[in-house]
Design a protein. Structure first.
Length: 103
């Protein structure tokens, strides 16, 4: 299989820029109801943001991509750009009721 994009012919402007931003938080509350009941509640939130773009911080990084097969590849990288956010919410509630004699 022939190579269509030799790595030694890529310009530095073909690099990309990735950014991750993760945030998470958790909350728990446990309380006793009487002498034989306990309720435990938990909540979690998590968020992940991902950005994948051509590199605008270098010279030529935002220029249009130019491909000259077998000779040179310069300008910004030509792949798809990604910007997405994933979010997750979790709830848990446990209720314990002890019935009977305690020793």
């Amino acid at each position: 299989m022939a190579r269509t994009n030799p790595p030694d012919r890529n310009a530095y402007s073909r690099t990309s820029q990735q950014t991750y931003r993760d945030v998470t938080g958790a909350l728990q509350d446990t309380w006793t109801i009487g002498s034989n009941k306990v309720n435990e509640f938990r909540f979690q939130y998590a968020r992940r943001g991902l950005s994948y773009f051509y590199n605008t911080k270098i010279p030529g990084g935002a220029d249009p991509a130019v491909n000259i097969p077998g000779f040179a590849y310069f300008g910004r990288e030509p792949y798809s750009y990604i910007q997405r956010v994933e979010q997750r919410y979790q709830f848990t509630d446990n209720f314990t009721w002890t019935v009977g004699r305690t020793i």
